[in-house]
Structures are given as structure tokens and as C-alpha cells.
Design a protein around this ligand. Structure first.
Ligand SMILES: [Zn+2]
Length: 379
């Protein structure tokens, strides 16, 4: 059994349902410490976070990731128990195999091999681990970054090991993400009898044309790096359950994934204007879960990733900004170059989540090659 497979399996067998770490970080910490990393535990609000660093010189290359996993759903729907790592036909099954215990195992083994081969490497290597990514993500990476910023620790390059590949390992890596903004709309009407509509004010009837406009709006056409912004209605509720009552209130929850063509303020104003135009009596609350970010596409990190993937995998990789948000959004604002590179994302959050055993080893080799390119003196 390869070292990466063994470590990934050990992580999967720890039942780390978000935000529980279940001993995953301790396992990685012990290995890193043996390889010259200094450990700093940074717990916050009951969430376990680890900052482990080897070396004091710039540039600092940081591997970042989360040990928590999403719930399994009905375990009976899995072909093997989700927390018992199971290899079948060259594929490792288990909750977190792809998101992202496979990536954590690969980056840990890559760092171990690199420092073993080059104990006096240039710069520094760090690991930023959290168990609060899949949940609300308020006590994890964002808090560690705050601490580092306060004391002037600068991350120059960050590699987040999230599953970024689409059909073959390394075909895509993320150089940015769209932002995510949720709106909670409440439309106030007047409840009444359906037979006496003149005595009531039906918020469903008032809101329907506004929602039509909301969902048919073309927000932008995307740009060189980002797909178009898109809005989806996620929840809609009105009615008392009876068929003879005009409801007094309607609530709608929508989420917009927006690109760098927008500021949050402009987007909010544009959406509110639609409700104003339709003369709704409404209240609207916003929740911003992440701003869009884009890393420098001409930076040393993006270069190194492309070369490493070509060298190790023979794949011409494509920088992408699609998909959901990740903890990279907390690292990017510090000015760090940050990318996401990891295994295939086809099964993440699903039943029978899995990762190719060979891909685990090949991913470790790619990470190690990136270390070579960024932290070794050119000969
Ligand atoms: Zn993840």
C-alpha cells in the first residue's frame, strides 16, 4: 500500500463530521513535526485549527485544507460504510476521499518527501489546516489568517488541495472563484378570504412578476476569467395551507454567484430596484458568504502549477474559476498568490465518494514538483 493511500485511509477512518476534526489534525501534525515543522494550534470557537511551519525565510509556500467532511446521508445507500476506507478496483471509497482527505494526504507526503530530499531548501513551507470549512466557516481559515496578518506572517504562495479536476487528474485548477450573496426577501400583503380579494392584498400575485424579472435578468456576460453571474431562487414560501385564504406574507430566498464585474453594493442596488419597480411592500436581508477573487495569472505559482502538471501528468491544464466557494477566498485578500489543485470532483458530497488510488500518488508527485520549482535554487 502506498504511503499516500495509507494516510488517506487513516484520515477517512476518523469520523470528522463538520466541524469535528476527530483527530485528523493530530495525525498530520505528528508527521509534520517529525519533518521539522513547528506546530501552532489555533483553536477558535470550539474549532480546531493548525498552523505548522518549517523554515523562517521567504518565500512561504502554504498548503491549505480542511479535515472536516459533510454528512454521509443514509449510510445504507453506500456500497461500503462511509468511514471504513475501502479499496475496490483501484478506487478508494469513503466520506472525504476526494473532499478533501485525499488532497491532505497527498500534500503531507509530498512535503515529507521534499524536505527529506532537500533539508536545506529555500524559503519556508507551511500547512494551514482547519475543521471548519464545510459548515459556517467562521472559526477556521479566516481566523488563522487574521492571526498571521496581525503578526506580519506573509504567505506568498498558497495551494488549497480542494478537488479541482474534472475528468482526468490535473485537467483543471482554480485561479479564482465567484462571490456568493444570498438575499432573503419578505413581501408583506394583507391576509383575507379568497372570495373577497378586494379586502386583501395577495403578496404572491404582486411578487410573481418581480420574480420573473429577477430570474430573466442577464447580469453580465462574464469576462476573460469568469463565467456569467447567475441567480437562483432556492426557497419560496407562502400560504396557510387552506385553499380559501389569501396569504398575508411571502418569503423568498435567492442566491447569486457573481463575478468580478460587480461590487456587492451595486448588485444589491440593482436587485432592490427590481422590487421597487414592482411596488412591493418588502423587507430584504443580505448575507454575503464570499467575495469573488482572482489570483495573478502571470504569477510564479500559476506558472509552477502548469509546468508541474505537464511534467508529471503530461496534461495541459486549464485555469478555471467555476464552482462553489472555498477557503481560498480568505487567503486571497492578503495578496497571496492562491490556487486550488486536487483530485477529481465528480463524487464530492455524494454517496460513494471516491478517489483513484493512482491519482493520490500522482497528485503527491505534482505537489512535490511544485515545491521543487518554487523552493529550490536554480542550478
Ligand atoms: Zn472541500
Amino acid at each position: 500500500m502506498s504511503d499516500v493511500l495509507k494516510l488517506a485511509s487513516e484520515l477517512i477512518s476518523r469520523r470528522s463530521l463538520t466541524p469535528d476534526d476527530a483527530g485528523c489534525q493530530a495525525l498530520l501534525a505528528e508527521r509534520l513535526e517529525k519533518h521539522g515543522f513547528t506546530l501552532e494550534w489555533m483553536p477558535h470557537g470550539g474549532v480546531l485549527n493548525l498552523w505548522a511551519r518549517r523554515g523562517t525565510r521567504p518565500p512561504l509556500l502554504c498548503f491549505a485544507g480542511h479535515t472536516d467532511v459533510v454528512p454521509t446521508g443514509a449510510e445504507s445507500a453506500w456500497t461500503s460504510p462511509p468511514f471504513i476506507p475501502t479499496v475496490k478496483d483501484g478506487v478508494l471509497y469513503g466520506r472525504g476521499a476526494a473532499d478533501m482527505k485525499g488532497g491532505l494526504a497527498a500534500m503531507t507526503v509530498a512535503a515529507e518527501r521534499f524536505v527529506h530530499a532537500h533539508p536545506d531548501h529555500e524559503g519556508s513551507i507551511a500547512f494551514l489546516l482547519t475543521s471548519d470549512e464545510e459548515g459556517v466557516a467562521v472559526n477556521g481559515t479566516v481566523k488563522v489568517i487574521e492571526t498571521l496578518e496581525k503578526r506580519g506572517d506573509k504567505i506568498h504562495y498558497a495551494i488549497v488541495g480542494e478537488p479541482s479536476s474534472r475528468t482526468v487528474l490535473g485537467d483543471e485548477f482554480k485561479i479564482g472563484r465567484r462571490g456568493s450573496l444570498t438575499g432573503r426577501l419578505k413581501v408583506h400583503g394583507v391576509q383575507g378570504h379568497v372570495a373577497y380579494p378586494h379586502l386583501a392584498d395577495n403578496p404572491v400575485h404582486r411578487t410573481a412578476p418581480a420574480l420573473t424579472e429577477l430570474v430573466s435578468t442577464e447580469w453580465d456576460k462574464g469576462n476573460a476569467h469568469f463565467p456569467p453571474s447567475s441567480l437562483q431562487i432556492a426557497n419560496i414560501n407562502a400560504g396557510t395551507g387552506a385553499n380559501n385564504v389569501i396569504p398575508g406574507e411571502l418569503s423568498v430566498e435567492f442566491n447569486i454567484r457573481f463575478n468580478t464585474e460587480w461590487t456587492v453594493e451595486r448588485l444589491q442596488a440593482c436587485i432592490s430596484a427590481i422590487f421597487e419597480r414592482h411596488k412591493l411592500n418588502y423587507t430584504l436581508d443580505w448575507n454575503l458568504s464570499g467575495l469573488p477573487f482572482l489570483t495573478r495569472s502571470d504569477g510564479a505559482l500559476v506558472d509552477a502549477v502548469q509546468i508541474a502538471i505537464r511534467d508529471v501528468l503530461g496534461v495541459e491544464t486549464k485555469p478555471s474559476t467555476s464552482g462553489g466557494t472555498s477557503d481560498a477566498r480568505f487567503i486571497a485578500p492578503t495578496g497571496s498568490e492562491v490556487i486550488e489543485l486536487g483530485p477529481l470532483n465528480a463524487t464530492i458530497h455524494k454517496v460513494n465518494e471516491c478517489v483513484g488510488v493512482e491519482d493520490l500518488d500522482r497528485l503527491a508527485a505534482v505537489y512535490e514538483r511544485i515545491l521543487d520549482l518554487l523552493l529550490l535554487e536554480e542550478e
